[in-house]
Design a protein around this ligand. Sequence first.
Ligand SMILES: [Zn+2]
Length: 243
Amino acid sequence: MIHKIAPYLCFAILVISAKAIAAGNTLAIDAGHSKLHFGATSASGKPEFAFNAQLAQTISDVIAAHGVEVVRIGYDGTITNLKDRTQLANAAEARFFLSIHHDSVQSQFLKTVHANGVTHNESDYASGFSLFVSRKNADVETSLKCANAIGAALMAKGLHPSFHHAEKIRGENREWANQENGVYYYDDLIVLKTANMPAVLLEAGVIVNRQEEAALQTPAMQNTIAAAVETGLSECKMITPTH
Ligand SMILES: [Zn+2]
């Protein structure tokens, strides 16, 4: 009898271990906001969601080349509930959650510009990237490690962090986790605190800043940011270097 049962057992064990490997080898990359709730509006009037979806796609392709599964969350713009995002990552047992956003400034720093019959709000008050981690996340230590590594990699590519979220004003006032690497604490960000795995939110740049918006729309800049995320995630051991 044993020789008849054994193949089934072996098969079952193989299936279980393949599933375990797949689960441990999965990263979740989230495109912030949706078509309905599109986030900030850029200097030229484009929705933040479009920037997020494009960059999340570029980053996901780079990360997937490392032989990992990437759970691509919200790229079609239909997810409006924040907890649905982390639920997808949690169900896939992803080992890391990265949420991609693009930044704005407080309304008092926006100026209204009328050009060609169209009105835009823009600001050169701030520029640069920001990273956020939550102390309510299940793995704060790894979240911080990855955020710091991504920040350091972005700076190594010539980009700079923005300090405007630390200003002691209404709507900002964020505490630094690591100022040098542009990492803030934002404990109550829903996607960060409801992820079962280490989680980081990246504000890739400030799209109300006309100059920065133009740069962020170029494939060259998107590839640079994706390469920095790749280096950072490799530094904090979320992916294995390919070279
Ligand atoms: Zn956003």
